[in-house]
Design a protein around this ligand. Sequence first.
Ligand SMILES: NC(=O)C1=CN([C@@H]2O[C@H](COP(=O)(O)OP(=O)(O)OC[C@H]3O[C@@H](n4cnc5c(N)ncnc54)[C@H](O)[C@@H]3O)[C@@H](O)[C@H]2O)C=CC1
Ligand SMILES: O=C(O)CCC(=O)C(=O)O
Length: 526
Amino acid sequence: MSKVLVSDSIDQAGIDILSQVATVDVKLGLKPAQLLEIIGEYDALMIRSSTRVTQEIIEAGTQLKIIGRAGVGVDNVDVPAATRRGIVVVNSPEGNTIAAAEHALAMILALSRHIPDANASVKRGAWDRNSFVGAEVYKKTLGVVGLGKIGSHVAAVAKTMGMKLLAYDPFISTDRAEQIGCQLVELDLLFQQADYITLHIPKTPETTHLINATTLAKMKPTARIVNCARGGIIDEVALAAALKAGKIGGAALDVFESEPLGESELRSLGKEIILTPHLGASTAEAQVNVAIDVAEQIRDVLLGLPARSAVNIPGLGPDVLEELKPYMQLAETLGNLVGQLAGGRVEVLNIRLQGELATNKSQPLIVAALKGLLYQALRERVNYVNANIEAKERGIRVIETRDASIRDYAGTLHLEATGTLGTHSVTGALLGEREIHLTDVDGFPINVPPSKYMLFTLHRDMPGIIGKLGSLLGSFNVNIASMQVGRKIVRGDAVMALSIDDPLPEGILDEIIKVPGIRDAYTVTL
Ligand SMILES: NC(=O)C1=CN([C@@H]2O[C@H](COP(=O)(O)OP(=O)(O)OC[C@H]3O[C@@H](n4cnc5c(N)ncnc54)[C@H](O)[C@@H]3O)[C@@H](O)[C@H]2O)C=CC1
Ligand SMILES: O=C(O)CCC(=O)C(=O)O
């Protein structure tokens, strides 16, 4: 049974899902050295934001297949190191969107009405109504930096509170911004005009210290800034200085350059600052969502299925995966089959998307086909994450074509591998949307479902050949489950595809090739 380590606190709903397929160890608060010592035992690691999964941890995790981050940001995982090792990194892109957006909105209102300090003052026994006069958000301008999932929800709710919305996000269209009711503007204008600024961007080299002494100086002296995105987007020293000098009105931070927050000037400030300990995703609902979302993906990967939100598999988002999953299995099977038919080192893989498939995204199918192709060489070491890199390193050139006019089945995938021992091709389709069928081998039409053990012959279509092959296999105690001949013309060249119950015994291929009329034979394990 697989073993999963859960090293940050996650909801029981996630543990229950993992327990269906694995032994689950929950070990919270591990020091890096302790994690390093035990990680080698585990097939999967599930974390939130506290565990740092460094290159050293990844290298020590020799059994690791997947790292699951129960949340959005994967900045606590060395994703490139995981990719090189073929480890899938998954997250939950939407499970805590509402929670984080509502936290940002709560921060905006709490800052405006001094709720934390007013509350603390009453609890201390005071009844001070004069120190906590606030400001309304109604008709004020909110500047949203980053109009992705969380930023758009914040904007939509803020709109209903009567706020005017400005947004800065270089990667979204004016149309999309307008749909949400935001005017897209340049960052400087947003800084100058906003009464409230809320950050909903990832931490990248471009966004690190985006809020610094220079940008703070551009803001209104009454401006209030909220960061529920990532620590380090705000220069905390510059922020503390600006707040102390009254250059801006207030700030509310949920995330910090270093977490947990240590000694900091920010702690010494008054009601102009609100600090929460990275609580954006901490709602009961979000924790159930992210735990289920990520645990399901870990379960799937441990069962050999693809994950729906892998951050290190390009182009493989949840919608694509939902639509293409059966075709990815087809591509992988065909890749594995054509790789075995081709035998030696494959140099070129031609992939043709045919019929309805011609309009689909090809990248996930290419990755799946390469995974299948490289399986014989790399076995479990190749997966959707590293198949591209492994193929490149072996000098395999991938050529992709599309032909919508081929319509013998709804959608078919054609793979042709050219290598040191020649060229072979296979075509396959899905019947009833899920069942894989081989529809062509080396240009000969057939219609057989693939099976674990198969034998293919290239032979002359002539009387007696099937009987002779059957007797030969029988004499080696090989049981034939099904057999089909594909030919283009009567008594011309033909292909025979046999499904057999067991692997072919050693040496039998040499005997098969000696049967008069049989030119070649290939044994395949799928
Ligand atoms: N405090 C907490 O507990 C939580 C924090 N987060 C953080 O919130 C942030 C936003 O998350 P989502 O909305 O889910 O992500 P998202 O990917 O849906 O949206 C991010 C947006 O930022 C934009 N962006 C990227 N670089 C930019 C730049 N240089 N300037 C302006 N915009 C830029 C992107 O185009 C995108 O629209 C992330 O940093 C995430 O890690 C997410 C969940 C909980
Ligand atoms: O796990 C958490 O509570 C942090 C959530 C977060 O920051 C994220 O999902 O990016």
